[in-house]
Design a binder for this molecule. Structure first.
Ligand code: PEP
Ligand code: MN
Length: 346
């Protein structure tokens, strides 16, 4: 279950000592113990605010002197940034979405990190493009040099035709990641998916209450309206406090109702499996018949009419057409494969 320890919050960018210290104080008041702060900012075009670099690290170090229990993290995108961040006592780091697309950069960062501290905790954001393998590859590069304490951050993907969000969540990609690496902690970055604070709550709910993510990294600024970067998506520490109360404390202790639904689902799934087996057995018989009578395996008209009948029936049952089409395409493909094997068996 997600606890306050698994929440990382802080400004998109560290802009001034005043902005940073006030924001940190307010976050600490809300119980936050892990603070993020942008030190070097990757900007799409030149000319924008690119972060204060070493000056920001000096303020982090200064704040830490009076707040020993607070841990700080920042993004690192190359070897020099790793060295400087660790010189100033940064506790953990993240690799950003642009950097995790670049195997050379990830390799360089991994080697620089392990040299300085093999036990450091490293978060890897999903690459900006929707490429699961690239994300896995970045994590494997860290493992390969000997860094074991790796977590990942789902921050959404750049795709054409995005809907309401700045970056599409594409929930299936982090889900596939979790299936590959069930022990790697998955954090949500709702700020960079949303692009607008009005979507943050629904994204957090989805991640925490549907997909059981392990934590959240979120942008928070004491005056979001005047933030130098990502103003629209940042929330105040007070708003964050309210959000966390709703999200973290939402899980009820009594799970008996849920468990009984899960039992029901297990029974239905078993029934689906045996029906699929029965269907495949009949398909095999059809395959033998087609072979004996020298018929073509793929009968397009038959498949189209079968699909149409199912869609009509599906509509009556309130089932989505696309869902039916996807499922029966897979079922049909498996039947054809079974029938090909029969045809090849002499
Ligand atoms: C950030 O977290 O400040 C940031 C730049 O994020 P991303 O790499 O997800 O764009
Ligand atoms: Mn940002």
């Amino acid at each position: 279950m997600c606890t306050i320890k698994n929440i990382i919050a802080g400004p998109c960018s560290i802009e001034s000592k005043e902005q940073f210290f006030i924001t940190c104080d307010k976050l600490v008041e809300e119980g936050i113990t892990n603070i993020r702060g942008g030190v070097w900012k990757p900007r799409t075009k030149p000319g924008g605010f690119e972060g204060l670099g070493e000056q920001a690290l000096k303020w982090i170090k200064e704040y830490k002197e009076t707040h020993k229990n607070i841990r700080f993290c920042c993004e690192v995108a190359n070897k020099e940034q790793v060295d400087l961040a660790l010189d100033y006592g940064i506790d953990f780091v993240w690799i950003g979405a642009r950097t995790s697309t670049d195997p050379f950069a990830v390799q360089q960062i991994a080697e620089a990190l392990v040299k300085r501290n093999p036990d450091i905790e490293v978060f890897v954001k999903n690459p900006a493009c929707p490429d699961l393998e690239l994300w896995i590859g970045a994590v494997e590069r860290l493992y390969a040099v000997g860094i074991k304490n790796v977590s990942v951050i789902h921050r959404g993907f750049k795709v054409y035709n995005t809907s309401i969000y700045r970056n599409e969540p594409l929930w299936n990609i982090p889900l596939q990641f979790k299936i590959h690496y069930p022990n790697v902690k998955m954090y949500l970055d709702p700020s960079h998916i949303a692009g607008d604070k009005k979507y943050i709550k629904e994204l957090c709910n989805m991640a925490m209450n549907v997909y059981s993510y392990d934590g959240i990294i979120i942008e928070s600024h004491y005056k979001p309206d005047i933030a130098w970067t990502d103003a629209k998506q940042q929330i105040t520490p007070e708003e964050l406090g309210g959000l966390l109360e709703e999200i973290i404390l939402k899980e009820t202790e009594d799970k008996s109702e849920l468990l009984s639904y899960r039992d029901e689902i297990d029974i239905i799934d078993n029934n689906i499996l045996s029906l699929l087996m029965q269907r495949l057995n009949v398909s095999v018989k059809v395959g033998k018949y087609k072979k004996k009578h020298n018929m073509k395996l793929f009968q397009k008209e038959r498949f189209i009419s079968l699909l149409n009948k199912l869609k009509t029936r599906g509509k009556e049952l309130n089932l989505n057409e696309e869902y039916i089409e996807k499922i029966w395409n897979i079922i049909h493909e498996e039947s054809i494969e079974a029938q090909i094997k029969i045809k090849e068996d002499l």
